[in-house]
Design a binder for this molecule. Structure first.
Ligand code: FES
Length: 506
């Protein structure tokens, strides 16, 4: 299974590339096209196909290529945006609906596993959140009070399943974990067996709404009655580029002393927070530890985040071996809640699911439930809470808008001020940099075999300058999160085209 960077996740290591039954687009119009072969797209397509719709799922690369192949797979009924914040911004009833939606999402995952006999190591776990100083204690109290008002019990506890010091801790039961790649393989198989069409390496380049929706894809054109974008950010320039900010998150899977593997899900309250859990793969236990999140393309030393994770963990665990390290991307919504529903600016037949923050596993199945209800039954009780057309000015909203404007200004500014080099020898082995060379702005990367890759650094989405990501050996756009390989191949939208290769004289 391939992913969108150089590092291999624990899940990739276990799974080969999924081989679908289909190689061609359907020639007759279908009912629903789902774009994106991650957990959201697959769960949604399966639910609709089983509900009687004729569906096709189109994925640009292979299933699990994006965030699903790089998640740490925590299945929670609490979110990065706390229930207290949701009640404050959207009302107490919305907080209760969010909890209900999350519980139904976990029930759908468990239901799929049982119905389709998916062997994906699903286990219910308790989740512990702990505070280590006064600020964090206040945060924890606020978090647990809000959760309890919404209906989620989070009692305090005097124990943690990890040997870290803490001042206060709370526990929530009936959370879960699984192997995400095995789960989506099971969904893909069930979808195809139900008659769904799954096509990999089939990027959707554009769509037009006529009597039906006409899609242009890498494999040809296709007509559909309804279209669902499950690609984090829909391709092209649209409102979500300005309402969601792209972030990178880092994870390592390590082997520790046998008694140190936590038997639960664990979270601290630092900013950004760390998370811990255990996964057994092929009989071997791994402690998965993650955190160190930052805005995509805004850190010149991305690889340092792996070092930081390892150094932090070594303070408290007897780390015997770091087996895997990987990173992935998520999109943070402006007001703290995901956007799931009709896509603004389009007819009632175009839908979107985005802005899941760090809670994509749960939101994926909230989306699958919501889309099933809207498409199969005509309405969902959650449509209003997750309405993508809402414009909710919350604390920090104006900062978010300003940040967007600053990002564009800063990085278009950078276009004018990149460092000049007189010789290509200025780029060392393993180094990636955007430079000015012989009057041209160019993104250069020299690999360890001394081969130089040169591409045009102007992002194909809206013209920002890409930045080198030395953790994943990719070029990442700091404006809206598009990502490209060292050869300029598009890895992640919202761009829809590759960067051009530059031919250098020297
Ligand atoms: Fe928008 Fe690059 S992703 S300009």
């Amino acid at each position: 299974m391939n992913r969108d960077g150089e590092n291999e996740s624990l899940w990739q290591f276990t799974m080969p590339e999924y081989v679908p039954k289909h190689a061609h687009l359907p020639t007759t119009p279908i009912d629903v096209v789902v774009v994106g072969g991650g957990i959201t797209g697959l769960a949604t397509a399966l639910a609709l196909q089983k509900g009687g719709k004729k569906c096709a799922l189109l994925e640009s690369h292979n299933i699990g290529f994006g965030t699903t192949g790089g998640t740490t797979a925590h299945l929670n009924t609490f979110f990065d945006t706390t229930y207290a914040q949701v009640a404050d911004r959207f009302g107490a009833e919305s907080a209760k609906l969010l909890l209900q939606a999350a519980e139904q999402a976990l029930a759908l995952i468990k239901g799929n596993i049982d119905t389709y006999q998916i062997d994906c190591e699903f286990e219910y776990k308790d989740a512990y959140l702990f505070a280590q100083n006064d600020d964090e204690i206040r945060q924890l109290e606020d978090l647990t009070d809000g959760a309890e008002r919404a209906g989620l019990q989070m009692p305090y506890t005097g124990q943690l399943p990890v040997t870290l010091s803490f001042e206060r801790a709370a526990v929530v039961s009936n959370q879960a974990q699984f192997h995400p790649a095995k789960y989506i393989y099971g969904l893909a198989k069930a979808f195809e067996e139900a008659g769904g069409v799954l096509l990999q390496h089939c990027m959707v380049q554009s769509f037009e709404e006529k009597e039906l929706i006409e899609l242009q894809t890498a494999l040809g054109s296709l007509k559909t009655k309804q279209l669902i974008w499950a690609t984090h950010i829909p391709s092209g320039i649209n409102v979500f580029s300005f309402r969601c900010a792209p972030y990178r998150s880092y994870a390592i899977a390590v082997q520790v002393a046998p008694q140190q593997y936590p038997k639960a899900l664990v979270y601290d309250l630092q900013d950004p927070y760390h998370y811990y859990r255990t996964q057994i793969v092929n009989g071997e236990p791994y402690l998965i530890f993650g955190g160190e999140d930052h805005k995509t393309g805004h850190d010149e030393h991305a690889a340092d985040h792996f070092t930081n994770l390892e150094a932090y963990l070594r303070q408290y665990f007897d780390v015997q071996q770091v087996c895997f390290r990987w990173s992935s991307q998520y999109f943070e919504p402006t007001d703290g809640l995901a956007y799931i529903g009709h896509m603004p600016g389009h007819s009632e037949n175009v839908f979107v699911a985005t802005g899941f923050g760090g809670n994509g596993m749960t939101y994926s199945h909230i989306a699958a439930n919501l889309f099933s209800d809207v498409i199969l039954k005509g309405r969902s009780q959650y449509s209003e809470v997750f309405n993508p057309a809402r414009l909710k000015p919350v604390t920090g909203f104006s900062n978010f808008i300003k940040e967007n404007a600053d990002v564009v200004k800063e990085f278009i500014g950078k276009r004018m001020s990149v460092q000049k080099i007189g010789s290509l020898a200025a780029i060392a082995k393993g180094e990636g940099r955007v430079v000015s060379y012989e009057g041209e702005t160019v993104a250069l990367y020299r690999n360890m075999n001394d081969e130089l890759h040169a591409i045009d650094p102007v992002c194909k989405h809206a013209g920002c300058i890409v930045q080198w990501n030395n953790a994943e050996k990719t070029w990442d756009c700091p404006c809206h999160g598009a990502r490209y390989s060292i050869e300029g191949t598009l890895l992640t939208g919202p761009a829809t085209k590759d960067l051009e290769v530059v031919k250098l004289k020297e």
